[in-house]
Design a protein around this ligand. Structure first.
Ligand code: 0X9
Ligand code: ZN
Length: 432
């Protein structure tokens, strides 16, 4: 198999992924293919991972292929012939699902922004029918602070590119023995629905508090600690230049032109295992050491500060996309669960039911390692394993994995998808 990786290395002129740029200088993904791959052996699996990690073909894994799950890769036009050839030679069944990702995205962008009838909260501080830039999110979160019991600040460290990370605390509730819930969104830059759903949650909580008993309950009986965009540099880069960027933007020493660390492989939870990569060009690059990144340190320090001030954090939620999954711990190895796994599963299944009842969407429940792939150094594992937060869970929001939409979720779905998150957070919080 390694010889095939070498063939790929030799057969391609080294260079960055091609494609046309639009007038603003952003990659358009003209003629980029989406290819579904079905593997039948672990050798084929690691072969595809190796090809992607090497980086020279510009392969972008959207869904990791496993023995159980179809994988999906974005393949730039200059690599497609070689890629299909390599798949055929290694016995992997590969099917091109779209010939031109730009066309697919243009069709999504052309859809009206109006949300579906199921979305019963569209407008508060924010109109929830668009994805916003970091500067807008910064202002919106400042506006939240005009509500009583809300404070807006920034996490301690600036990002590599010098940005601040907005942070919102909602602690004005009047209940006794309030529980503390931490929400971390936007860790992966391209998963735009994640920050959008976190902002919807805060907005709805504050605007509906006096008219809606659910909002009133969530406001009064819980303290909410929310980081809507935990990877600001990556998030901005996806807006200005490269829509499918995942990691942060740090130029790690020794990594040459390869930028970025996968923040969700950089936490202290079996860091450096087989579910992450040591290769700088990999999208799951774990970084040079555990908590090497300012962004992951920011989350760690805030969580530890809240614990020291409040005593306990009762739940840690990490919001990602896509595939419609609710992922429980642990991700670092299959068949490995925390001692209170039954309680975690019970609560998570209630969240699943709440989502189903909201807009009919079906989400699957399980650990990353059992239903996806091994992932070490992830934040939800760290929350449960290292910080001893009893309930931790990762959302993979819309869309489902079957269709062709991926990280570019139509704006009309922001409100209904966020409403699912709202309903599920109610189910989680009320069962802690
Ligand atoms: O691979 C990831 O980091 C997450 N999936 S994504 O497609 N959004 O990249 C899953 C994270 C699972 N969580 C932990 N292992 N802690
Ligand atoms: Zn993610």
């Amino acid at each position: 198999m390694k010889c095939l990786v070498l063939l790929a290395l030799c057969g391609l002129a080294l260079g960055l992924p091609s494609g046309r740029l639009d007038e603003q200088g952003a990659e358009t993904y003209l003629n980029h293919r989406l290819v579904d791959v079905n593997i039948t052996s672990v050798e084929q699996q690691s072969y595809i991972n190796d090809l992607a990690d090497v980086g020279n073909m510009g392969l972008d894994v959207w869904l990791y292929p496993t023995l159980k799950n179809t994988g999906r890769l974005r393949v730039p036009p200059e690599s497609i012939d070689l890629f299909m050839d390599l798949m055929q030679k290694s016995g992997v069944s590969a099917k091109i699902r779209t010939q031109n990702l730009k066309q697919l995205n243009d069709a999504v962008y052309a859809q009206p922004a109006e949300p579906s009838q199921y979305a019963d909260f569209i407008e508060g501080v924010i109109r929830h029918n668009a994805y916003y830039r970091l500067s807008d999110i910064d202002s919106y979160t400042s506006n939240f602070a005009s509500f009583s019991g809300v404070s807006k600040s920034y996490l301690t460290r600036p990002t590599y590119e010098g940005r601040n990370t907005p942070y919102v605390e909602i602690t004005g509730g009047s209940g006794n023995n309030k529980k503390n819930i931490f929400i971390e969104a936007g860790m992966h830059a391209r998963e735009w629905i994640s920050p959008a759903s976190a902002l919807y949650f805060i907005d709805r909580l504050l605007h509906r508090r006096e008219t809606d008993s659910d909002a009133n309950y969530l406001y009064n009986n819980f303290n909410w600690f929310v980081v809507p965009v935990s990877n600001p540099d990556g998030y901005e880069y996806t807006h200005t230049s490269y829509r499918y960027w995942r990691k942060n933007r740090r130029a790690v020493s020794g990594c040459g032109n390869s930028r970025g660390v996968d923040l969700n492989r950089n936490f202290d939870s079996m860091w450096g295992g087989s579910g992450s990569s040591g290769s700088c060009s990999s999208d799951t690059f774990r970084g040079p050491s555990v908590f090497s990144e300012n962004e992951s340190q920011n989350v760690r320090d805030k969580v530890q500060q809240i614990k020291s001030q409040q005593g306990t954090i009762h739940a840690y939620l990490s919001i990602h996309s896509f595939s419609q999954l609710l992922l429980t711990p642990y991700g670092f190895a299959s068949g490995t669960y925390p001692p209170n796994n039954n309680d975690i599963l019970d609560i998570t299944n209630r969240a699943r039911t709440a989502i189903l009842n909201s807009d009919g969407r079906s989400y699957r429940v399980g650990t990353p390692a059992d239903i996806l792939y091994n992932a070490d150094g992830g934040s939800h594992d760290w929350a449960r394993l290292t910080e001893n937060i009893q309930y931790s869970m990762t959302y993979e929001l819309r869309p489902a994995s079957g269709g062709l939409e991926g990280f570019v979720l139509p704006t009309s779905q922001i409100a209904p998808c966020s409403k699912e998150v709202w309903e599920s957070l109610y189910a989680i919080a009320s069962n802690l």
